[in-house]
Design a protein around this ligand. Structure first.
Ligand code: ADE
Length: 246
């Protein structure tokens, strides 16, 4: 998969992409990450990328010309891949977006900065807008790195079998079950007996029940769309009675 990032601060991305799973995927040829400095696509003496907003008001706005020229020269016009603008005004990024983007041969990410971007970039250059949460960052770079990390780990082959993403929180639509490793007894806190029992069916059932109860306690909104068996619904009713008892 090719990932193109359009940014005024390409150096911000170098460290994070040089480590761990992303770096390994790049080394194995599963991903290529291209950092594009869109200031290089300006033609004036001062390499101007922003300007005051029409109508007055504080803050500088990213001009359309350098970004259009940069993105179109790399991915074409119309674009040959999704062009994602990172902005706090976008749809809130989720595992479903990550899954969809991970199936693409290429994606382009535009990092906004300063006060915002000219509306024509949203309307005529970006094919979608994503936010990584309801807070405002100084720019889109950290958001782009979050999106790249979540997308890249779903690209086939990027994770080894041992790291499989199948049971991750959100991959299944609910939160992940609790995890334990050695030692079986740490201070006063033993590992639940069932995990040491060797009974795979009992382990699977315990995990599913814990995952559902944890989701009920922390993110009940996720259960609205979950496909549940009668037994699982019973677990949740019991859980609700427990959480709500005085
Ligand atoms: N740029 C600034 N804040 C952002 C956010 N929350 N998500 C994506 N891009 C942003």
């Amino acid at each position: 998969m090719q990932i193109h990032i359009f940014t005024l601060f390409p150096q911000m991305c170098v460290g994070p992409f040089g480590e761990s799973i992303i770096a390994r995927a790049v080394a194995r040829g599963l991903l290529t990450i291209h950092l594009h400095q869109f200031r290089d696509y300006t033609h004036d003496r001062h390499h101007t990328v922003d300007d005051a907003q029409y109508g007055g008001g504080p803050g500088m706005v990213l001009k359309p010309e350098p970004l259009f020229e940069a993105v179109e020269s790399v991915v074409g016009a119309p674009p040959s891949c999704p062009v994602v603008l990172l902005t706090p005004q976008g749809k809130v990024f989720s595992q479903a977006h990550a899954k969809r983007l991970s199936a693409q041969p290429a994606i382009a990410l535009i990092c906004g900065h300063y006060g915002g971007v000219d509306e024509r970039i949203r309307e005529h250059l970006a094919t979608e807008e994503l936010s990584i949460g309801d807070y405002v960052l100084s720019g889109g770079e950290l958001a782009a790195m979050v999106v790249v990390d979540a997308v890249a780990r779903l690209v086939p082959g990027v994770l080894g079998d041992e790291e499989s993403a199948g049971e991750d929180s959100h991959a299944t639509g609910i939160l992940q079950h609790p995890l334990y490793t050695r030692p079986a007894q740490f201070r006063d806190w033993p590992v639940p007996d069932v995990l040491l029992s060797g009974d795979h069916q009992a382990v699977a059932k315990w995990r599913r029940r814990q995952a559902l109860l944890r989701t009920l306690a922390r993110r009940p909104d996720l259960l609205e769309n979950a496909a549940l068996t009668d037994e699982e619904r019973r677990w949740l009713e019991e859980g609700k009675a427990r959480f709500c008892s005085p």
